[in-house]
Design a binder for this molecule. Structure first.
Ligand SMILES: Nc1nc2c(ncn2[C@@H]2O[C@H](COP(=O)(O)OP(=O)(O)OP(=O)(O)O)[C@@H](O)[C@H]2O)c(=O)[nH]1
Ligand SMILES: [Zn+2]
Length: 188
């Protein structure tokens, strides 16, 4: 990531909005933002599939594994303001391809740390798990609040966007999908 270019661009923006980038409070702002972008866009330089390179080959569990309420923060690619919320990721592992629980959250983390669309984030998580683990099925549900819809524009604070991506068994079997959804909606 070219931090110097980010710094220059932030200085430009500050001047363009009528601010003085040389006043005390703003002096280090370009540097801070460059450092912050390096962190919140770190997923651009990472391959999310690498998290699923290792799996437990001896384990025989072939029923639902669901991690719910994975918090995430991403940046809307239209306005470069945050959208954030929770991701729920479930899959039906095939014998020999059970992954570590944290790895599913790591996939969400890597893909969300890019300029994103909620729909693409949702579908990408599902497709990567399908590709790397070849499970019977994958279900990904993401609920998020978009700052571009709350602090500006249409200004609808509290509104939530829910997206889902279902693959394999979850796409073809309504009962399997309903069971996973009941756990996702389960509040305890
Ligand atoms: N489908 C989808 N749309 C998004 C997402 N994040 C932001 N948007 C929408 O992207 C659209 C961009 O619309 P434009 O008309 O080009 O931009 P705008 O004039 O700033 O639009 P307003 O937000 O309506 O003021 C808006 O409707 C946003 O709500 C997302 O993750 N998925
Ligand atoms: Zn937006």
């Amino acid at each position: 990531m070219d931090k110097q270019r980010i710094e220059n661009a932030v200085r430009e923006i500050l001047e363009a909005v009528g601010e003085d980038p040389n006043r005390e409070g703003l002096l280090d702002t370009p540097k801070r933002i460059a450092k912050m972008y390096e962190e919140i866009f770190s997923g651009l330089n990472e391959d999310p599939e690498k998290h699923l390179d290792v799996y437990f080959q001896e384990e025989k569990h072939e029923e639902l594994v669901l991690i719910k309420d994975i918090p995430f923060y991403s940046m809307c690619e239209h306005h470069l303001v945050p959208f954030f919320g929770k991701a729920h990721v479930g899959y039906l592992p095939k014998h020999g391809k059970l992954t570590g629980l944290s790895k599913l959250a790591r996939v969400v983390e890597t893909i969300s740390k890019r300029p994103q669309l909620q729909e693409r984030l949702t579908a990408s998580v599902a497709d990567i798990i399908m590709r790397k683990l070849s499970p019977y099925g994958v279900i990904v549900v993401i609920e998020a609040e978009h700052m571009c819809m709350t602090m500006r524009g249409v200004k609808k604070p509290g509104s939530k966007t829910i997206t889902s991506a279902v693959r394999g068994t979850f796409a073809t079997d309504a009962k399997a999908r309903a069971e996973a959804m009941s756990f996702i909606n389960w509040n305890s």
